[in-house]
Write a protein that binds this ligand. Structure first.
Ligand code: 5GP
Length: 127
């Protein structure tokens, strides 16, 4: 599993293209999705070079993993979505590879909320 340094999130991390940053930590960056699918749509990425969730889970340092998970939780709170703060909830999505329909090959989690999101998955047409 090779990491492609030319992917768009690598460019964002290098400051080569702009982003609307929501939160930045030692190991993670969170920014608004350019094509939001809900009123709140934030992407959280580790600063390290990981392709997918499974790559991150297997190869990231514990400090990177803790920082990442805490950042996701902090954004849910900051966006007013977290249940612990009385928010109405949210959905986390991490697409991986061909069947997961991952567009950008740098591990990321989508945080979606701000409206009722419907059922988790729909079967593709014809199935
Ligand atoms: P994936 O399908 O890989 O899980 O999702 C990639 C996400 O990245 C998509 O929701 C897409 O809208 C978002 N995206 C792609 N290019 C850019 C960009 O240049 N800036 C931002 N902020 N989001 C992007």
């Amino acid at each position: 599993m090779n990491y492609d340094d030319a992917n768009i999130f690598a460019k964002i991390l290098r400051g080569e293209i702009p982003n609307e940053t929501v939160m930045e930590t030692d190991h993670a960056l969170a920014f608004r999705d350019i094509n939001p699918q809900a009123p709140n749509h934030v992407l959280v990425i580790p600063k390290g070079k990981y392709v997918s969730f499974d790559d991150f889970a297997a190869n990231a340092d514990p400090a990177e993993i803790v920082d990442f998970i805490r950042t996701v939780g902090a954004i849910a709170s900051a966006e007013g979505l977290a249940l612990k703060d009385g928010g109405d909830g949210f959905r986390l999505i991490s697409n991986a590879g061909k069947n997961g329909v991952q567009e950008v090959p740098h591990f990321h989690v989508h945080i979606l909320g701000g409206r009722w999101l419907g059922r988790m998955l729909k079967k593709p047409e014809g199935e």
